[in-house]
Design a protein around this ligand. Structure first.
Ligand SMILES: Cc1cc2nc3c(=O)[nH]c(=O)nc-3n(C[C@H](O)[C@H](O)[C@H](O)COP(=O)(O)O)c2cc1C
Length: 312
């Protein structure tokens, strides 16, 4: 059955995750092209947006496509979240997602990201504020909980639903784990059984077998890939059994071309350095690419690495 978030019906229930440093406009475009039903920006500070921070502006660059795109906000102050959600610059996004999973110390100690899971009442308030500010469907992305083996995702998802959320994504690791260990999808299932809104399962989906396992374990409505989609945007087509000719070089060049519409060449080079390591992952030249991009300072130098290691 098609996944519907608020009044938005997705063409696929496979979603591309928010990933800081990777979910930029170019890579989101490629994931959409290969069939992701929804993509997300990386986390963007609500306060940063309100204060006109230039870094935040770059993160919300987006293409006009028919595939919906969500902007992910982080913050803990309902007033700032309301203001950010109402911001004209976010009008081009279809959905607003609230980050409730970021484990990073600076964010957590500010009471933001995964720290919100300590306060379900605040979760409901924030969701309500963002719904009122944006008038768009609002989703939340959260973890299993904060401390190891103390799952609180069910309470937090219920709070999000009470606040008016249209869907919730569960990445069932604890904040203490960051990205280590395995995702415990029995927690995703518990959330699915507790709420009426759609539940999106995220964590450790890398191929067809792991996708089928997470589907069976959770009964979720949607499935989100993060690390499993890096360097291979075509995975969204593959997982749906669509086969086609794929040129990695052409994909990399298309990626660069889109980025150049939005960013200066040095920024494009910096963004692509990270991606090239993933495009090379699993190849016998992967290490050489990591070393080579370490030296890259300009886009011309980056093109040389592309020509050398991705000749066709
Ligand atoms: C480098 C990196 C950056 C991330 N940035 C974000 C982010 O900005 N917002 C967010 O909600 N999750 C972020 N995540 C978490 C992912 O979206 C996802 O929940 C997590 O990697 C588990 O999914 P996976 O097993 O498919 O990788 C990040 C993860 C990584 C590894």
């Amino acid at each position: 059955m098609a996944l519907k978030i608020g009044d938005i019906e997705l063409k696929s229930n496979l979603l591309f995750a928010p990933i800081a440093g990777f979910s930029e406009v170019g890579y989101r475009h490629l994931c959409m092209k290969y069939g992701a039903g929804l993509t997300f920006t990386e986390l963007v500070s609500a306060k940063g947006l309100c204060y006109g921070n230039k870094g935040s502006e770059e993160l919300i660059a987006t293409t006009d496509t028919t595939t919906p795109c969500a902007v992910q906000l982080f913050g803990s102050d309902p007033e700032f979240m309301f203001k950010a959600a109402r911001d004209e610059r976010l009008k081009k996004f279809d959905i607003i997602d609230i980050n409730m999973g970021c484990p990073v110390k600076k964010v957590y100690n500010n009471g933001e990201g995964s720290a919100l899971m300590n306060n379900p009442l605040l979760i409901a308030e924030l969701v309500q504020a963002v719904c009122e500010g944006s008038g768009k469907p609002v989703t939340c992305k959260m973890r299993a909980g904060v401390e190891m083996n103390r799952p609180i995702a069910v309470e937090c998802a219920l709070a999000a639903e009470r606040g008016g959320a249209s869907a919730v994504t569960i990445h069932p690791r604890y904040r203490e784990q960051f990205y280590s260990g395995v995702a415990d999808h029995s927690i995703t299932r518990a959330v699915k059984e507790a709420v009426k809104i759609p539940v999106i399962a995220n964590g450790d989906i890398f191929d067809k077998a792991s996708l089928e396992r997470v589907k069976a374990e959770t009964g979720a409505d949607g499935f989100m890939l993060a690390r499993g989609a890096l360097g291979r945007p075509y995975i969204f087509a593959e997982l749906e059994g669509r086969h086609f000719e794929y040129s990695r070089r052409a994909t990399i060049l298309e990626h660069i071309e889109i980025l150049r519409k939005y960013f200066p060449d040095t920024t494009v080079a910096n963004i692509m350095k990270l991606h090239l390591c993933y495009y090379a992952k699993g190849e016998n030249f992967a290490k050489q690419v990591r070393v080579a991009v370490g030296e890259v300072k300009t886009l011309d130098e980056l093109f040389k690495v592309v020509d050398r290691y991705f000749p066709n």
